[in-house]
Design a protein around this ligand. Structure first.
Ligand code: ZN
Length: 202
């Protein structure tokens, strides 16, 4: 979820962060690929079992994928048991998705309306590496259709995150203060949302 001011990759260039799925001898694995100014590939698992691979900026995607494949034995030995991951909500059709996400925006919009944020247009898109984004200059937000498979409080969190970008286009201290003021538990929701990353690659 980046505000427009923070979209660092050049147009058409590779995303700095994305979720990828690879087939490995241990079965399919989904990992988060992060491009950074580093020299070596760095693989780690976070507490929830998210697989995170940091790679140098110019590392080819094939190299990243094959690294995860090589390390798949180590990864599965250290992953938490699958029952710790939540089930996705059932898939819904486009109309139901539009309704669910429109409702999320409607629920949280009153939190930003007093600050003068106009009701934005809502666009829906299937995206692989972000839950939403805010085009504050053009007056619309985009929400990932995958949010329809996540619980309501998480949809509300993403909707609010994007609406707050109308006040603070980037993720500076002002942005986080504005989030804290409107949804004190948002960090917990952000953590929870990471468990639903599987929805991004379906
Ligand atoms: Zn953002």
């Amino acid at each position: 979820m980046r505000g427009q001011g923070r979209q660092s990759p050049p147009a058409g260039g590779p995303a700095m962060e994305q979720y990828r799925m690879v087939g490995t001898p241990e079965g399919p694995l989904t990992y988060r690929l992060v491009k950074k100014r580093i020299k070596n590939l760095n693989l780690r698992l976070d507490r929830r079992g998210e697989i995170i691979l940091s790679v140098p900026l110019r590392c080819p995607l094939e190299r990243a994928d094959s690294f995860v494949i090589e390390k798949s034995g180590w990864i599965v030995r250290h992953l938490p048991t699958p029952e710790q991951l939540p089930d996705l909500l059932p898939e819904v059709d486009r109309a139901a998705c539009a309704r669910l996400l429109g409702e999320a925006v409607a629920r949280v919009y009153p939190l930003v309306a007093p600050a003068g944020v106009p009701m934005p247009q809502l666009k829906l898109r299937k995206m692989k590496s972000q839950w939403g984004n805010c085009h504050y200059r053009q007056g619309y937000i985009t929400l990932n259709t995958a949010l329809a498979r996540c619980p309501e409080p998480l949809r509300d969190y993403v909707a609010l995150h994007e609406l707050v970008h109308f006040l603070h286009p980037d993720h500076g201290p002002g942005f986080y203060a504005a989030m804290d003021a409107r949804m004190p538990g948002w960090r917990k929701r952000r953590q929870e949302l990471k468990k639903y990353a599987q929805a991004l690659i379906l």
